[in-house]
Design a binder for this molecule. Structure first.
Ligand SMILES: NC(=O)c1ccc[n+]([C@@H]2O[C@H](COP(=O)([O-])OP(=O)(O)OC[C@H]3O[C@@H](n4cnc5c(N)ncnc54)[C@H](OP(=O)(O)O)[C@@H]3O)[C@@H](O)[C@H]2O)c1
Length: 238
């Protein structure tokens, strides 16, 4: 892309951390957002000029085909960054999700990421680009969200495997945010109570993620400590 503009795909860019990343990157880069919202609803929140494709990841095969078609339709022969950020979780008392919730969590967070990574590899390789997986500190295991924790642990393993397999073609990284003030907890049916007051806002978390993407480091934990040390103020730009 001329003038340092990058071609960047972001999944789940219509709210929370993903939307904060989109707002940071849109003025300087060419973005394609993939999400579950109808196009009109997505257009209401996305900055002007950002491309959007409706690709619900609960049906990964179909979604991956749709995303690949959208990349082609955008005329992109190379992809500088693919940021696989979309995620869901379900909090249930006792930590036993229904089969449908388990499947949705694993499909959106993990299966779709493996399939997107494989499908997007040729585009990323042509750019010598970077694949970024958004994990979670919950990957270490978290009561109330067992399937979510398992999916994020899976992303960590996926990043390690692809980092080794693709070392000559594409940079691969996994970034694990800590608790962040987004709509995710309410969507998951979880009220963090007074703890929610110390969650980081999405904007600084996106700034630290952008810095980690620019530095191509992996794995990276986006923690409260990093924030207090000025991580959001001094992070590199993509
Ligand atoms: N918030 C936290 O405390 C926290 C901590 C660690 C890691 N993370 C991770 O950070 C990432 C972003 O989360 P967030 O906190 O910004 O939550 P969020 O505000 O709920 O954003 C999640 C995004 O994923 C999209 N999404 C959900 N289900 C989808 C599906 N079936 N198909 C396509 N897109 C789908 C959502 O669409 P809609 O906009 O339509 O809802 C939204 O854009 C996730 O991977 C999450 O696991 C979050």
């Amino acid at each position: 892309m001329a003038g340092g503009r990058r071609a960047i795909l972001i999944t789940g860019g219509t709210s929370g951390i993903g939307l904060a990343l989109v707002r940071r990157l849109a003025p300087r880069h060419d973005l394609l957002v993939a999400g579950r919202r109808a196009p009109d609803d997505a257009a209401a929140v996305l900055p002007q000029g950002v491309r959007y494709v409706h690709a619900p990841l609960t049906t990964p095969e179909e979604a991956v085909r749709t995303v690949a078609e959208a990349v082609l339709k955008a005329g992109w022969v190379r992809l500088d960054n693919a940021i696989l950020n979309a995620g869901v979780g379900f909090a249930v008392p006792g930590g036993i999700e229904t089969a449908g919730q388990i499947r949705a969590t694993l499909d959106v967070n993990l299966t779709a990421s493996v399939m997107l990574a494989r499908t997007l590899h040729p585009w990323l390789a042509r750019a010598g680009g970077t694949l970024t997986l958004v994990g979670s500190v919950a990957r270490r295991g978290q009561g109330l969200f067992p399937a979510y924790a398992a999916s994020k642990a899976g992303l960590h393993g996926l990043a390690r495997a692809l980092r080794s397999e693709w070392r000559d073609t594409v940079a691969v990284q996994v970034i694990h945010p800590g608790p962040t003030r987004t709509g995710m907890h309410a969507k998951a049916g979880h009220d963090p109570g007074r703890l929610g007051a110390v969650f980081l806002p999405a904007g600084p978390v996106a700034a630290m993620i952008e810095g980690a993407i620019a530095a191509r480091r992996s794995p990276v934990t986006v923690s409260h400590g990093r924030f207090v040390a000025g991580g959001a103020l001094w992070s590199r730009r993509l």
